[in-house]
Design a protein around this ligand. Structure first.
Ligand code: GLP
Length: 252
C-alpha cells in the first residue's frame, strides 16, 4: 500500500485528477470505477477542469459506479446516478453508452447485479477503481458484517450509513433507502489498481484499521491489504492515527 498525505483536500483532489488524466493519456480506453459521497467532489471538480482545458479526454473511456440506492430510478433526484450526472458525466465528453451505474429501479435487483458483473467483464475489467471510505469502514456499500459478499449484490445499509447519507434526503435519515446495490469485495479487488481517498478526522480511525489492522469483515476496507496495487491518498486529519514509519510519503 502506497500512502500519500496531502496538506489539504484540494491538493489531494488535484493530485488524483492529474493521476487519472495521466492514466487516460497512457490508455484512452481506460475503464474507471467511480465513487460517490462528499469525499470525491473535489476530485470531480478538478478532473472536469482538466477536461475543459483539454488535458483529460474521456471520449473513449468507460466508467462503472460502485453503488446505488435500491429503489432509486436513474432520473430520481436522490439517486447516485443524478449525483454523477451533476458533478461529472454531464460536464465531460464521455459517451453515455460507456457510462455504467447500477439501476436502483430495476424490476429484478438480482438480475441487475448479474448484468452489472457481466458488463464489467465485457469491458475487460476495471483498470482503476477509485474509492472513498465510510465512517464505519465500508467501501462501496460493503458494510461491516460477519461475512461479506464477493460480487455485486443487494446490501442492507447500517443506521450510521443511512445517517451519513441523510444530507441527500433533506437531512432525514429515515428517508434514506434501507437497501442498496453495490459491487462486492471481489468485484472491487478485481480492479487492476485501486485508489482509496479519505478526508477529515472522522475517517482517521477507519483508515488506521484499514492499513494497520487485521483483515476483518468488520472493517471491509482492511481487505485492500491483499491487493498488490493500492494507493491511499489522505489529508493530514485522515492520516493522524497512522503509526510512524507507516505514514508513507508526504506530498511536496
Ligand atoms: C457512501 C458511499 C461510499 C462512500 C462513503 C463515504 O455511503 N456508498 O461509496 O465512499 O459512503 O462517503 P463520504 O465521502 O461522504 O464520507
Amino acid at each position: 500500500v502506497k500512502i500519500t498525505v496531502y496538506r489539504n483536500a484540494h491538493d489531494l483532489a488535484s493530485a488524483l485528477a492529474e493521476d487519472v488524466a495521466d492514466r487516460l493519456s497512457a490508455k484512452p480506453t481506460l475503464v474507471i470505477g467511480l465513487p460517490t459521497g462528499r469525499t470525491p467532489l473535489g476530485f470531480y471538480r478538478e478532473i472536469v477542469r482538466l477536461a475543459r482545458e483539454g488535458r483529460a479526454d474521456f471520449s473513449r473511456a468507460t466508467t462503472f459506479n460502485l453503488d446505488e440506492f435500491l429503489g432509486a430510478r436513474p432520473e430520481h433526484a436522490t439517486s447516485y446516478r443524478q449525483y454523477m450526472e451533476r458533478h461529472f458525466f454531464g460536464q465531460i465528453n464521455i459517451d453515455p453508452g460507456r457510462v455504467h451505474v447500477l439501476d436502483g429501479g430495476a424490476s429484478d435487483a438480482r438480475v441487475e447485479c448479474e448484468r452489472y458483473e457481466a458488463a464489467i467483464s465485457e469491458a475487460g475489467g476495471i483498470d482503476v477503481q477509485i474509492l472513498g471510505i465510510g465512517s464505519n469502514g465500508h467501501i462501496g456499500f460493503n458494510e461491516p458484517a460477519a461475512s461479506l459478499n464477493a460480487r455485486t449484490h443487494v446490501a442492507r445499509l447500517r443506521p450510521e450509513t443511512r445517517r451519513a447519507n441523510a444530507a441527500m434526503f433533506g437531512g432525514d435519515a429515515s428517508r434514506v433507502p434501507a437497501r442498496a446495490l453495490s459491487m462486492g469485495m471481489a468485484t472491487i479487488l478485481g480492479a487492476r489498481s485501486i485508489v482509496l481517498m479519505a478526508i477529515g478526522s472522522g475517517k482517521a480511525r477507519q483508515v488506521e484499521g484499514a492499513i494497520h489492522g487485521p483483515l476483518t469483515t468488520r472493517l471491509p476496507a482492511s481487505f485492500l491489504q491483499i491487493h498488490t496495487d493500492v494507493r491511499v491518498m489522505l489529508d493530514r486529519a485522515a492520516a493522524a492515527r497512522l503509526r510512524p514509519g507507516r505514514r508513507g510519503t508526504c506530498a511536496p
